[in-house]
Design a protein around this ligand. Structure first.
Ligand code: PLP
Length: 486
């Protein structure tokens, strides 16, 4: 092993060698970009891994990684990769990842990352402004939607119990008078991380009241009001209402203004989980779907979904940044109390994490590189193309949609007269698996009201209408084969 200048490596110890190795990594990427949505893979790409005693040459390892590991993955740049919410990252995000990894800033405290602290805060402020949050708002970049939802549940719980029951949970724990009474309301289509967060916050999953959805597969606001009323009558305490703006299954968005009104009328915290749909603030055509998001007390927005960032890049936004106090702890070595009076920004005061990547940098570079018009084009065009795909499916008697899509997620299933519900579920299950295993099309799979649906997350800007026609043809052919073998 050698340590020379800035290189800690077995064999890379000059700028020339470093450049050469980064070119090799780029060449591996280029091959990957041209590959299928997914390679056929039936077993682990690693055979009996053992840690080598003396280290191997980096170039040889990278060749092996390219040939055997990367090639065994899902390729988000292939037009037929339309499974989950993982995007083809912007080019700026990809190249900035190298800088983030190599410069290794950690966003805990100002003295560890002075420039990075200001950059993160600047882009957070810019996004708060774009959404329409007030000047007192702020936020934090985190690892994704799960972390942001966890942060929201914790802050909402502590804020409510402090305000309504006069107890500081951070110091004294959850008081007996609140236990088993605190209730969170979200739809049956909310992301599971809400329920998980409630459990982690010590309230138990029984504290989650799941409100039915309407035909758009978003929360039924009338039922929400009725269920809040019912819980209050039982003496329970509705402290948090969650609206999912861009549901994980269908991508649809409820009436956020109405839900804000219900939450605030009931003195509850209003959290908008806009992990997926929050990016629509950049789309001139579709931003109106988010009307009311500016009334949120907190927002989850995942740039690693529809803002096309490499994993991971999440955002948690807070209407009133003073509420970060519920997360704030001090230590002399990192963020001493008197730093606050001196005006020093230590972002660890706002985060569940301590060491934290400078993921804000890739978003900053992407926002500058694409601009508002670039993001508008990306988001608007993927939604429009997805909706054309939905129209093709609607015109085909062998397919049905779970709901009318508002964004770029389409839930489709193969149907055929004469087949019962179980047979159709079975066929759609196998259809997704077979297309996946063959590497022809990557759909994900979900269930809506006991029916199996194929989920097409059509956020890939390289997927054209022509691709969607092919996707439909291939899916039909595969389904027909499955019917004949039933
Ligand atoms: C609405 C919603 N919220 C939260 C999450 C969790 O996000 P992450 O996977 O980034 O933790 C997802 C993920 O799909 C989601 O769709």
């Amino acid at each position: 092993m050698q340590v020379k200048k800035f290189f800690v490596s077995k064999d890379i110890n000059s700028q020339k060698q470093f450049r050469r190795i980064t070119i090799q990594a780029t060449e591996i990427l280029e091959k990957f970009w041209w590959s299928n949505p997914k390679a056929y893979i039936s077993k682990s790409p690693l055979k009996n891994f053992f840690i080598p005693a003396h280290g191997e040459h980096l170039s040889a390892i990278l060749n092996d990684v390219g040939k055997n590991i990367i090639s065994a993955g899902i390729n988000p740049s292939n037009p037929k990769a339309i499974g989950h919410m993982h995007c083809l990252p912007t080019t700026s995000s990809i190249v900035t990842e190298l800088l983030i990894g190599a410069t290794n800033q950690s966003l805990d405290s100002w003295d560890e990352s002075p420039g990075a602290t200001y950059v993160e805060q600047s882009i957070v402020q810019a996004l708060c402004k774009l959404i329409g949050l007030p000047a007192k708002s702020s936020g934090i970049v985190d690892s994704g939607g799960t972390m942001s939802n966890q942060t929201a549940v914790l802050i909402a719980r502590d804020w409510y119990v402090n305000q309504e029951l006069g107890v500081d949970i951070k110091k004294r724990g959850i008081p007996a008078k609140a236990l088993k009474k605190l209730k969170v309301f979200c739809s049956t289509e909310a992301h599971f991380s809400i329920e998980k967060s409630v459990a982690i916050c010590g309230l138990g999953t029984d504290a989650v009241v799941k409100v039915p959805v309407d035909k758009s597969l978003t929360i039924d606001e009338n039922k929400l009001e009725q269920m809040i009323y019912r819980e209050k009558k039982k003496g329970n305490l509705p402290f948090l209402i969650v609206a999912t703006a861009g549901t994980t299954n269908a991508g649809n968005i409820p009436n956020l203004s109405k839900i804000a009104e219900i939450a605030h009328k009931n003195k509850a915290w209003f959290h908008v989980d806009a992990a997926y749909g929050g990016a629509l603030v950049f789309s001139k055509n579709y931003k109106p779907l988010l009307k009311g998001i500016e009334k949120a007390d907190s927002i989850t927005l995942d740039p690693h979904k529809l803002l096309y960032q490499s994993v991971s890049c999440g955002l948690f936004l807070l209407r009133d940044q003073r509420h970060f106090e519920h997360l704030s702890f001090h230590s002399e070595y990192l963020n001493p109390k008197d730093d606050k009076t001196k005006g020093v920004i230590n972002l660890v005061d706002r985060s569940m994490q301590t060491t934290r990547r400078f993921d804000a940098l890739k978003l900053y570079v992407s926002l500058r590189n694409l601009g508002k018009d670039g993001y508008n084009a990306l988001i608007t065009s993927t939604i429009q193309t997805a909706q054309q795909f939905a129209e093709l499916l609607k015109a085909d008697p062998n397919f049905e949609l779970a709901t009318q899509p508002q964004t770029n997620i389409i839930l489709l299933r193969f149907i055929k007269d004469g087949l019962n519900a179980d047979q159709l579920n079975n066929i759609n299950d196998k259809l997704q698996q077979q297309l996946y295993n063959s590497g022809k099309i990557i759909f994900s799979r979900t269930k809506i009201k006991n029916k199996v649906f194929l989920k097409a997350t059509c956020m890939n800007p390289l997927t054209t209408l022509k691709d969607f026609r092919e996707i439909l043809k291939l899916t039909s052919q595969e389904a027909t084969k499955l019917v004949s073998s039933t």
